[in-house]
Ligand binder design. Structure first.
Ligand SMILES: Cc1cc2nc3c(=O)[nH]c(=O)nc-3n(C[C@H](O)[C@H](O)[C@H](O)COP(=O)(O)OP(=O)(O)OC[C@H]3O[C@@H](n4cnc5c(N)ncnc54)[C@H](O)[C@@H]3O)c2cc1C
Length: 406
């Protein structure tokens, strides 16, 4: 009741839960062990209508709300993090940016690919431009009607399996003047786009993370995404839409934590030591209660952040709430999963149970998509109403900042 779900939302949640337990859970360990992108599960997700459900009906989606997507993602994440991330990235993130700012032709292309099972890739981070994404050096030089892209991105989720790529690059006109940052769509098999490295990751091992190199990648005018306020403020516009994925990422973390807690609760009732179920020890009871409290708080924040997006497919969640939610849910989830593993004792440390996989997977969510530290800066900046430039010269005395502080 307190979560305020409608009958339709509860029914969707139940359908997603059955899918997760029946189709996804039996495959989860192998996906991790074999570092295998689960194309079979992608196909089943598409058939079940979980891919691109938030896209407009006119484009083949279902006009589903973000809350609908969150309910599905949470259930998938209880079984398999890779599967949950595929649902995230076909419903929010790069696809949100295309739905917000893409041309009709770009939206149609993205929607078709997603419905065929594609998980679009977002290409922002570079070796020397991580949290400081504006330091990116990948460049898009104007040539005729289109652009030519050169540069390198790394830690790109889906490298080698994603077909659609949304690439952020610094835009230059014919005279070499920098115009700001723009979004460029490219396809996996385009000449000039190649995967030059696969990362060996701690968790999420079925999802390839890789380095992409762009060498004279030609992007025609039809694939250029010009944000509404032009390239000058392009980065802010593109990021605002893309950052809807923070709600998805927080949900994956929360789902992993919920799955781990389910396991821990069952074990606490059955495992006996000192002649009693371990759940009879107050030390564990209080751990379980804290885990549940953190989980419920995360869930309430995530549902509220999802609802803040509203019904329009080109809208996105409140950025402040999305950032706070990702900070809270990701940090809570790491603690919950760690405690769930503790409840299992040595068995929690074994590869025969899913707890160690969950602990490896959940660790990512305070890093990717904006670190917990950088998101705190964003929240503080909005609270204070100040820009908080992080470069040294950005802190050169500025009357507006100094005056307000005094
Ligand atoms: C599994 C995974 C998937 C990813 N997928 C993608 C993807 O698909 N596309 C993409 O573009 N990127 C992706 N990333 C990259 C991710 O967005 C970056 O890792 C993240 O932005 C941080 O950048 P960095 O790793 O270079 O860390 P750095 O920026 O080098 O930060 C190192 C540490 O310093 C801290 N720090 C940095 N600046 C500040 C500051 N101003 N104040 C306080 N602390 C600070 C950070 O919080 C962090 O703890 C992915 C990362 C991971 C781990």
């Amino acid at each position: 009741m307190v979560l305020g779900l409608s009958a339709d939302e509860i029914a969707l949640q139940a359908r997603a839960r059955a899918f997760s337990q029946g189709v996804v859970r039996p495959r989860a360990a192998a996906i991790d062990r074999d570092q295998e992108y689960p194309f079979d599960i992608v196909k089943a997700l598409a058939e079940a209508g979980f891919l691109g459900m938030t896209m407009p009906k006119a484009l083949g989606g279902q006009d589903a709300s973000f809350l609908d997507a969150v309910l599905v993602i949470e259930e998938m994440a209880k079984s398999c993090t890779v599967t949950a991330r595929i649902v995230v990235e076909t419903n929010m993130g790069a696809i949100s940016t295309v739905m917000a700012y893409g041309s009709e032709a770009q939206k149609k292309l993205a929607a078709r690919l997603v419905l065929e099972g594609d998980k679009p890739a977002i290409c922002i981070t570079e070796p020397e431009a991580g949290s400081d994404a504006l330091a990116m050096t990948t460049r898009a030089d104007r040539r005729g009607d289109g652009y030519v892209i050169n540069g390198k991105k790394h830690w790109i989720t889906g490298a080698g399996v994603s077909r659609l790529h949304l690439i952020f690059a610094r835009v230059f006109d014919e005279s070499g003047e920098s115009l700001g940052i723009g979004g460029f769509l490219a396809l996996r098999d385009d000449k000039g786009l190649s995967v030059t490295k696969r990362e060996q990751t701690m968790g999420l091992r079925g999802m390839p993370e890789g380095e992409l190199t762009f060498e004279n990648l030609e992007v025609p005018a039809s694939m250029v995404m010009l944000p509404p306020s032009g390239f000058r403020r392009g980065f802010a516009d593109l990021m605002n839409a893309y950052n809807s994925q923070r709600v998805g990422a927080g949900t994956v973390a929360m789902g992993i934590a919920g799955g781990a807690l389910d396991h821990a609760l069952a074990w606490a009732k059955t495992r006996e030591q000192f002649g009693r179920p371990i759940g009879e020890f107050q030390g564990l009871q209080w751990m379980l209660a804290d885990m549940q409290t953190q989980l419920t708080a995360s869930r309430l924040m995530l549902y509220a952040a999802a609802r803040s997006r509203g019904p329009d497919a080109s809208a996105f969640p409140d950025p402040m709430l999305a950032a706070q939610t990702k900070i809270f849910a990701s940090e809570a989830a790491i603690k919950i999963v760690n405690d769930a593993l503790q409840v299992f004792g040595a068995r929690g440390y074994s590869r025969e149970l899913p707890l160690e996989r969950m602990a490896r997977d959940v660790r990512m969510f305070t890093i990717g998509g904006g670190t917990a530290q950088v998101l705190r800066t964003l929240v503080a900046s909005k609270m204070l109403g100040w820009k908080l430039p992080q470069t040294r010269d950005g802190y050169a005395p500025k009357p507006s900042i100094r005056d307000a502080a005094e």
